[in-house]
Design a protein around this ligand. Structure first.
Ligand code: BT5
Length: 254
């Protein structure tokens, strides 16, 4: 990573050939002395984690399975900003390296023509109103071939190589993503959420279209209008606009 142009992100890297989950390693490291920006990367995960106990399939050496440690000086209730700025940074990194067009699907998916190429898992540890640390898990299908995906996700998943027809140098992509993430993170801390929010909205999947979001409280159907400044999703329904928070969301296709 000698060409990495960051100040802190990825300056310390723990690399694993095989691990159950980079999230677990990152949590341990964050509890010890990991500096902000430290990254855990694995070639293979035996027990990759999605949200709400779901599985993240991580076939060996085909993707970027990494966890970034942050120590953001923000309130706990702003934690969803982290997922949003991460999505924007990843989108920029992928687009810079590949030229592909990426859409962002709330709360944590990056899509290429409607199929998931990357998922983000934000895990926070904090108390009272302050965040001790955040682990940002990033799972990106890079050189994954169709036959590497398990049957049940074939219709919903894609990879950069499937879309481009050629393999991609993963270290180059990791460097680009870390650079863009650092830029988004610093801009957010210095200037607030607004420009991140605008960038997110200009790439949102199904912006200004009718969507259905499933939550444990029931389904909400409405027109996707973007984000509130809390990071909640803004849906236009008959009564006006409503806010939907990712903590209560059980994402399904929309
Ligand atoms: C996510 O969860 O999308 C978060 C994924 C985060 C993975 C990274 S890899 C590095 C770090 N270490 C970990 O252990 N995890 C993080 P969620 O929104 O819950 O989506 C999970 C769903 O996506 C599954 O139920 C499948 O339907 C689908 N899925 C699983 N593996 C996939 C893959 N490789 N590509 C596309 N879709 C997948």
């Amino acid at each position: 990573y000698s060409h990495l142009q960051t100040k802190r992100f990825g300056r310390e890297i723990q690399y694993q050939n095989h691990t159950p989950s980079t999230q677990i390693i990152a949590h341990q490291w964050a509890k010890e002395d990991a500096p902000e920006g430290a990254v855990v990367i694995a070639d293979e995960q035996g027990d990759g984690k999605g949200r709400l106990g779901r599985v993240w399939h991580s076939p060996p050496r085909t993707g970027i399975w990494m966890s970034l440690i942050l120590r953001p000086p923000i309130a706990l209730q702003s934690a969803s900003h982290l997922t949003i700025l991460t999505s924007v940074g990843i989108k920029r990194g992928i687009e810079r390296v590949t030229g592909l067009d990426i859409q962002i699907k709330w709360p944590n998916d990056l899509l290429i023509v409607g199929k998931k190429v990357c998922g983000v898992l934000t895990e926070i540890r904090g108390e009272q109103d302050c965040i001790h640390y955040a682990i940002i898990g990033i799972g990106m299908n890079v050189n994954t071939k169709k036959q590497d995906f398990p049957k049940e996700i074939l219709d919903i998943a894609t990879s950069l190589t499937i879309e481009l027809g050629g393999d991609i140098h993963r270290a180059t992509l990791i460097a680009a993503v870390l650079e863009e993430l650092e830029e988004c993170y610093e801009r957010y801390l210095q200037e607030g959420f607004q420009t991140i929010q605008q960038e997110w909205e200009s790439s949102a999947y199904k912006m200004n279209q009718m969507i259905t979001v499933r939550t444990p409280q029931g389904n909400h159907t409405g027109i996707l209008k973007g984000l509130y400044d809390t990071g909640a999703l803004k849906l236009q329904v008959d009564q006006g606009t409503i806010a939907i928070y990712s903590a209560e969301i059980d994402i399904e296709k929309y």
